[in-house]
Design a protein around this ligand. Structure first.
Ligand code: RIB
Length: 310
C-alpha cells in the first residue's frame, strides 16, 4: 500500500534565469540565455517528488489570490497532489523565487516568501487530520511554525522528516521534537555549525556539532556532486554520488534527494538503501531544467539504480 505523506512547506513561482555570469555590484548585464516562470518552492518540489515516486501526497501550503497562485494550484492538481489543505491568502501574494542559474548548472536563489510566511498553526492542525504516515517539513515557512508543526505531528505519534533548508544560524534547532531524519546540505550545515563539511573529518565534526542540537535518529548531510554523509550518533557512512548525465540545472536536486530518501526509508526502514535512492533521484534531477519539472519518477530512479538508462 502506498505511503501517505503530509508535506508542510513552501509554494513558489520561480523566475528562473540562465546567466553566463553573475553581475558585480552596480553592474547591469544583458544575458539572453533564457528566462521562464516555473513551479518551485522547496515544499512543493518535495510534494511533487513524493507523488512522482508513488506516494499519496497531501500538501499543506499557502498561495496568494493571484495568477501565479492559480497556475500553481492547477499544476498541483495535474501532478496528483491532494490540495485540500492548500490555502489561498487574500492579503499576500504567492511566494516568488528568483533563481539565477550559472552556466555550470549551479544556482543562487532569493525567495520573497509572500503567502508562505502566513501559513498558520491552525492551517497545519487542520491538515494533520488527514492521518498521514509521515510529516515532511522544510524551513521556507516561518521557523516557529515549522517547529510547532513538528511538535503537533510528534504528539500524534507521526514520524517527522526535516529538510533543513533554508538554514539560519538563529534557528533554535533545540526546540524541535525528536525527528527521524534531519537533512541539511553543505551550506546549511556550515550556517548551523560554522563547519563546511567536505570530506570525512569536517563532515564528522559538523555532524557531531549538529547532533548535539537536533534530536534525531539520522543526520544526512547532502554534499551535492560528492554524495551524502550519514550519521546515527555512533557510526557514519558516506554514500557517493551517482551520474545520470550532464549537469544542466541543480535547482531542486536537494528537494528530490530528501523526498526520495524519506519515502524509501518509510518503505524499507534501511537508511543506506534510502540514501542511495535519494542520491539517484538527485542525480537525475540535475540533468533536467527547472525545479519541480526536473524531478524523476520511481521507474526512472529504479532504472538508474539498476544500472540502466533513465
Ligand atoms: O530548492 C529549490 C527551490 O528553492 C526553488 O524551487 C525555489 O523556489 C526555492 O524555494
Amino acid at each position: 500500500m502506498s505511503k501517505k505523506i503530509l508535506v508542510i512547506g513552501s509554494a513558489n513561482m520561480d523566475l528562473s534565469m540562465n546567466m553566463y555570469k553573475l553581475p558585480e555590484a552596480g553592474q547591469t548585464l544583458i544575458d539572453d540565455g533564457g528566462v521562464a516562470y516555473l513551479p518551485g518552492g522547496k515544499g512543493a518540489n518535495a510534494a511533487i517528488a513524493f507523488s512522482r515516486l508513488g506516494a499519496e501526497c497531501v500538501f499543506s501550503a499557502k498561495l496568494g489570490a493571484d495568477l501565479h497562485g492559480q497556475r500553481l494550484y492547477q499544476y498541483y492538481k495535474e501532478q496528483g497532489l491532494n490540495t485540500a489543505y492548500v490555502k489561498v491568502d487574500k492579503e499576500n501574494p504567492t511566494g516568488i523565487a528568483v533563481v539565477l542559474k550559472e552556466s555550470d548548472g549551479n544556482n543562487r536563489i532569493i525567495v520573497y516568501p509572500g503567502a508562505n510566511a502566513h501559513l498558520s498553526a491552525d492551517n497545519i492542525a487542520e491538515a494533520l487530520d488527514c492521518n498521514p504516515d509521515a510529516v515532511y517539513l522544510g524551513f521556507e515557512v516561518p521557523f516557529a511554525v515549522a517547529v510547532n508543526a513538528a511538535r503537533m505531528a510528534s504528539a500524534r505519534g507521526i514520524p517527522v522528516f526535516i529538510d533543513a533548508a533554508p538554514a539560519d544560524k538563529e534557528h533554535a534547532l533545540e526546540n524541535l521534537p525528536y525527528v527521524e531524519i534531519f537533512s541539511p546540505n553543505e551550506t546549511e550545515t556550515k550556517e548551523y555549525t560554522g563547519i563546511l563539511p567536505q570530506g570525512a573529518d569536517s563532515s564528522l565534526r559538523a555532524a557531531l556539532s549538529l547532533y548535539k542540537r537536533v534530536k534525531c535518529r539520522y543526520l544526512v548531510i547532502k554534499q551535492g556532486e560528492r554524495g551524502a554523509f550519514v550519521y546515527d550518533g555512533r557510526h557514519y557512512r558516506f554514500v557517493p554520488a551517482m551520474r545520470a548525465g550532464n549537469t544542466l540545472d541543480t535547482t531542486a536536486a536537494g528537494d528530490a534527494f530528501t523526498a526520495a530518501m524519506t519515502l524509501r526509508y518509510l518503505e524499507c526502514g534501511d537508511i543506506i538503501t534510502a540514501v542511495k535512492y535519494g542520491v539517484a533521484a538527485g542525480a537525475i534531477a540535475v540533468t533536467r531544467r527547472g525545479a519541480s519539472s526536473s524531478i524523476p519518477t520511481a521507474a526512472e530512479v529504479e532504472a538508474l539504480l539498476a544500472g540502466g538508462n533513465v
